[in-house]
Design a protein around this ligand. Structure first.
Ligand code: FEO
Length: 387
């Protein structure tokens, strides 16, 4: 599929609805798009490539836009294979094409491709421009907006920001779904650790007059851009997006789960508008990470298992740690039939995280939920709703 973004800028990307796991780990029920673009002018530029799986359709899309014209430039903003896998074929098919990117990317390129490119590279740095004719490309470095070599490109005439993975989203382009839901899951799981670099990029691009954002995954954004940029400002600052409590639990026989649900009922009766309860063993882990970042309060509930935590809770907390989880109030519920340890172990996991307030009183359930436990849950609910 190709489509016009302007009368000289084309979408030539490809939807992938057959991939089981994105990056080998994230479920994508509605697929994913690998976005690529072409700018036609006196000089023609291809903006990024696609995944190996999508090569055939991508080259067909290029043929449809280029006809028998040879492209002059391939702009590479990110060397990750979902956007660069076709490089060797591109170099063969277009023998005069020049590769345009920054020194960092060209330094990483041989890790992926054993092809000689030295005499075909145009090295650009922050603020450099490339004239195509009526169009001018201006390069903005965006290190660690996923990988260290990332850059974004601003096209001056049409005011388009080619934003690399920024503003990306899971889901094929024809998926009818809320942008924020799958963009948030994508952001926190893939880019979430790099909040500061995203903030730096947002500050740099704030000086540009942007009318369209063309990311490497997900829809092209051309209306209401302040909504999307506003979401990125919140997400990259690690501030909560919504008031609410996310209760993440693991449960061997349902008793810890019952405690989690009882707490949810108490919170709702106290007027908390949004309470989300997830069984970590059954929900998508990436969705749970998203919800942990979305709300301002978190409760973790786990039984003691082999003198440690249930592995799925350990995994959840590990994910939070490597994604730089911070700035939240956290409550803890533990269960243990003979030697409860889970509360202490969960608390320890939060100690290394920044600006986390762990509520003092861990609720300890001994096997099944009893009246005394409900009183303790009530006390925890009160702590969670205090201002
Ligand atoms: Fe879509 Fe970081 O690659």
């Amino acid at each position: 599929m190709t489509k016009n973004i302007t009368d000289s800028v084309y979408y030539v990307g490809v939807d992938d609805k057959t991939l089981d796991l994105f990056e080998g780990q994230y479920v994508i029920p509605n697929g994913v798009s690998y976005n690529s673009y072409v700018i036609t002018d006196e000089k023609t530029a291809i903006m990024d490539m696609v995944d190996q799986k999508a090569a055939k359709e991508w080259f067909a899309n290029l043929d449809a836009v280029l006809g028998d014209k040879q492209p002059d430039y391939l702009i590479i903003s990110h060397i990750e294979p979902d956007h660069s896998a076709n490089l060797s074929e591109v170099l063969t098919k277009y023998p005069d094409i020049k590769l345009v990117s920054n020194a960092k990317l060209f330094g990483m390129l041989p890790n992926f491709f054993e092809v000689p490119v030295e005499d075909r590279c145009v090295v650009v740095k922050e603020g450099d421009t490339l004239e195509l004719g009526n169009h001018t490309l201006q390069f903005v470095m965006a290190p660690m907006v996923h990988w260290p070599e990332v850059m974004v490109t601003y096209e001056v005439a049409d005011k388009i920001l080619f934003s690399a993975d920024g503003f990306g989203k899971f889901g094929a382009l024809d998926a009818e779904e809320d942008w924020a839901c799958e963009a948030r899951r994508y952001y926190f799981n893939i880019v979430g650790k790099y909040g500061m670099p995203v903030q730096t990029l947002l500050k740099k691009t704030a000086e540009l007059d942007i009318q369209t954002i063309c990311p490497l995954h997900g829809p092209i954004l051309s209306e209401n851009l302040e909504y999307y940029i506003g979401k990125y400002k919140i997400w990259s600052s690690y501030e909560p997006e919504d008031q609410g409590v996310f209760i993440a639990y693991s449960s061997l026989h349902g008793n810890t789960g019952e405690a989690a649900k009882e707490l949810a009922r108490m919170l709702e009766s106290k007027g908390v508008e949004k309470v989300v309860v997830s069984d970590l063993a059954r929900e998508d882990m990436a969705e749970c990470i998203e919800d942990a970042f979305r709300y301002d309060r978190l409760v973790v509930a786990s039984p003691t298992y082999d003198g440690s935590l249930m592995p799925v809770m350990q995994d959840f907390l590990y994910h939070l740690k490597i994604k730089a989880y911070q700035k939240r109030r956290v409550g803890i519920i533990e269960n243990g039939s003979w030697a409860p340890m889970a509360g202490k172990l969960m608390k320890e996991q939060f100690e290394g995280m920044k600006d986390i307030e762990v509520l003092e009183n861990t609720v300890t359930v001994r096997s099944t939920l009893k009246e005394e436990d409900k009183k303790n849950l009530e006390a925890l609910a009160k702590e969670l709703v205090r201002q």
